[in-house]
Design a protein around this ligand. Structure first.
Ligand code: FAD
Length: 390
């Protein structure tokens, strides 16, 4: 489970080298300026960071879930913001590949896979986060187009070229028709994007989007009216695995920096790494990193074996993100005052690893999923599906 094949080891090393060379030089500026270096996007696509799991005949790499975790761990090691953007792109790529028609694929999926389009996914609203099934954004069915009304919040890269928006379709008299996933194309639709300042992922941009009668052509409907929630959550487990793997990478980076610092920082005439209390912190860190990686690969292996792996993905998401933030906190302790300096990546890693505990289902939501999978009883009030793959 934990052993990589020779090809996977090569993928890991190549990804680390590629990101070190191409992305690292841009991180500090992007985090300060709040703008991702978009010139990287075609290179990331060419390397295989966008839609790696799509079959080769559909423009992907035919990568396994384990391969995907290798890519995302490498991304998290360098920059969690970049991992988050790749996650959004992969979510949309998977969704379009599974549900879009041929015209939509040519117009949106193809350029996305080539790194020529920036994308967003808009589910969350001011009044509805964890409970996505209750969203209020309305898409009034006007026949040849939908009229979109509502506000989406905390949307990563909302200034992108297009996005997929979850909305409740209603007839002009207000009768509900069901949720739908709609492609909103910035080149043809009018809507307002208002940047929000957040503690985390400062280099990727998080915004509010206001749809105030936005016209969306009917041809931008992906899948069926009524199936919107299912459509937009097509890659839910993949997303949770991606967050988990990114968290492992970030935690590994915090550990690497701490080992180096403990060897070289001298206090009381000795490297601080000689003090048992510092060794105790490093021991906790390495244990959490390794346990996280094993859980992440366990979830990937379960998905690669064709299982639904809801339990494994929820355990990995909760444990890896919480552990990464604990590791980042210990890394700050090992570094003393210098850990807080914005000249080092640690304060960014500390902020960004905290970010992992909220999106893609909060830690509390993961607990409810784990409980439902274990017990067959649901705190959500739904009727759990039988777990076939215990
Ligand atoms: C930086 C960032 C980027 C994001 N990017 C996107 C994006 O691109 N697209 C998008 O659609 N969304 C995005 N989100 C939104 C994210 O998915 C939501 O923040 C998340 O789903 C939680 O929703 P919420 O913030 O409304 O919290 P709430 O759902 O209001 O939760 C508040 C608290 O209540 C707890 N809680 C809620 N329900 C239960 C329950 N049943 N039992 C126990 N506890 C519960 C939660 O765990 C949490 O602790 C982003 C968020 C952030 C911070």
């Amino acid at each position: 489970m934990s052993q990589l094949t020779n090809e996977q080891q090569m993928l890991k090393e190549n990804a680390e080298r590629f990101l070190e060379r191409e992305a690292t030089p841009f991180i500090a500026q992007a985090e300060k300026g709040g703008e991702f270096p978009w010139q990287l996007l075609p290179k990331l696509a060419e390397f295989g960071y966008i839609g790696p799991m799509l079959p080769e005949e559909d423009g992907g790499q035919g990568a396994s879930y384990t391969d995907m975790t290798i890519l995302m761990e490498a991304a998290g090691h360098q920059w969690l913001g970049l991992r988050a953007l790749m996650n959004v792109a992969n979510m949309i790529a998977g969704l379009l590949n599974a549900h879009a028609n041929e015209e939509q694929k040519q117009r949106y999926l193809k350029p996305l896979l080539a790194g020529q389009r920036r994308v967003f996914v808009a589910i969350t609203e001011p009044n509805h986060g964890s409970d996505a099934s209750s969203i209020e954004t309305r898409a009034i069915d006007r026949g040849d187009h939908f009229e979109l009304r509502g506000t989406k919040q905390w949307i990563t890269n909302a200034a992108g070229d297009f996005g997929v928006v979850l909305a409740q379709v209603v007839s002009p008299d207000g009768a509900p028709k069901g949720p739908a996933a709609l492609i909103v194309d910035r080149s043809e639709a009018q809507y307002t994007v208002r940047p929000l300042e957040t503690m985390i992922l400062r280099g990727t941009g998080t915004s509010e989007i206001v749809f105030d009668g936005t016209k969306v052509p009917r041809s931008r409907l992906v899948g069926q009216i009524g199936g919107g929630l299912k459509t937009i959550l097509t890659t839910l487990n993949e997303g949770r695995l991606s967050v988990s793997a990114g968290a492992v990478g970030a935690a590994q980076k915090a550990l690497d920096l701490s080992i180096e610092y403990a060897r070289t920082r001298v206090q009381f005439g000795r490297p601080i790494g000689e003090f048992q209390l510092v060794q105790g912190m490093l021991t906790e860190m390495v244990t959490l990193v390794r346990a996280s990686r094993l859980l992440c690969r366990d979830a990937a292996a379960a998905l690669d074996a064709g299982r639904t792996a809801r339990l494994e993905c929820a355990i990995a998401k909760k444990f890896c993100t919480e552990s990464a933030h604990r590791v980042a906190s210990l890394a700050l302790q090992v570094h003393g005052g210098s850990g807080y300096s914005t000249d080092l990546p640690l304060e960014r890693i500390f902020r960004d690893t905290r970010g992992g505990l909220i999106p893609e289902g909060t830690s509390e939501i993961q607990i409810l999923i784990i409980g439902r999978e274990l017990l067959g009883l649901s705190a959500f009030g739904d009727r759990p599906k039988a777990r076939k793959d215990k």
